[in-house]
Structures are given as structure tokens and as C-alpha cells.
Design a protein around this ligand. Structure first.
Ligand SMILES: Nc1ncnc2c1ncn2[C@@H]1O[C@H](COP(=O)(O)OP(=O)(O)O)[C@@H](O)[C@H]1O
Ligand SMILES: [Mg+2]
Length: 149
């Protein structure tokens, strides 16, 4: 397809862990591209490295025991692996986010989804009014769950 823009390009990603049995690569030379506005599903058997790939993109691999050992994660023209922790914090939760696997610990059922998305917006986009934060949260909720109000 022409005219589409690559938003995310994972190139030869290698992420390893040190364990009692020695070092191993949980993600070994993984590459893929995601175009803007598109959805990419990654499927595979349990333990094949889907979560470690996603956590690597977010730069949330616990070190130790884990380490991103090679490759590039190009997002919006920047290689995330070369950014400082501070620069990465600005991108994480703002331009790129992760919904963790365990919904009962990631989302609080006492608050609406819009409220919880609003919290992330509040933390990352300083200077917005309370009203704007609430509206942005509701807009995000409506895009994701079109039947909720
Ligand atoms: N913190 C960790 N320490 C050691 N090994 C880990 C750690 N996190 C994940 N792994 C290992 O990395 C491999 C890939 O795991 P994961 O990405 O969670 O698989 P899945 O595709 O099911 O999401 C598995 O062998 C898993 O045991
Ligand atoms: Mg997983």
C-alpha cells in the first residue's frame, strides 16, 4: 500500500533473561512493522514471547534479570532504545501505552474507564483543565467502547 506511514518498527529485537539455569533469549530476532491507523495482532503459544516483546517496546523489562540486548524499536522516527529514562517516561502513557493482561489489577471496577484513562492524561498532559481531562477521557472511552456513554 502506498501513502501509509510506519508508526512502529521493531527490528531484530533481542531480549534476554538471566536465570538460575543461565542466560536465555526470550525474544530472539523479532521484526515487524505497524502502519499508522492499523491494528496488528500477535499470536503464539503461551511463553513464546508476546508479553516480553510488548514490555520491551514499553521499555518495562525488569533489569535485572532482563535486558534488551539488541535491535531497534523505531517509534515515530525515534529509536526508543536510545532514549533516556526521562525521555521514555514522556512517551510512555502519552504516545504509547500498554493495557496489562490482568484486568482486575490494571483497572479498578469502582471507577469508570473514562476516569482511569483521564488519570493517565492528567499525569502526562500537564496544563489541561479538569473539564478537558474528563472530556478527553470520555472521548477515549467512547472510541474504544462505542456503546458506553
Ligand atoms: N522476569 C522474567 N524472568 C525470567 N524469565 C522470564 C521473565 N519474564 C518472562 N520470562 C520468560 O520469557 C519467555 C517469554 O514469556 P512471555 O513473553 O511472558 O510469553 P507470552 O507469549 O505467553 O506472553 C518465557 O519463557 C518466560 O518464562
Ligand atoms: Mg503474555
Amino acid at each position: 500500500m502506498t501513502g501509509s506511514k510506519t508508526l512502529l518498527e521493531v527490528k531484530n529485537l533481542k531480549t534476554g533473561f538471566k536465570t538460575d539455569d543461565g542466560h536465555f533469549l526470550a525474544v530472539d530476532d523479532v521484526s515487524f512493522k505497524l502502519e499508522e491507523g492499523k491494528t496488528l495482532g500477535i499470536v503464539g503459544e503461551s511463553g513464546c514471547g508476546k508479553s516480553v516483546t510488548s514490555l520491551s517496546i514499553m521499555r518495562l523489562i525488569p533489569n535485572p534479570p532482563g535486558k534488551i540486548e539488541g535491535g531497534e524499536i523505531n517509534f515515530n522516527g525515534r529509536n526508543l532504545l536510545t532514549l533516556s529514562d526521562e525521555e521514555m517516561r514522556k512517551i510512555r502513557g502519552n504516545e504509547i501505552a500498554m493495557i496489562f493482561q490482568e484486568p482486575m489489577t490494571s483497572l479498578n471496577p469502582v471507577f469508570t474507564v473514562g476516569n482511569q484513562i483521564g488519570e493517565a492524561i492528567e499525569l502526562h498532559q500537564k496544563g489541561l483543565s479538569k473539564q478537558q481531562i474528563r472530556q478527553n477521557g470520555r472521548d477515549a472511552e467512547a472510541r474504544r467502547y462505542p456503546r458506553t456513554r
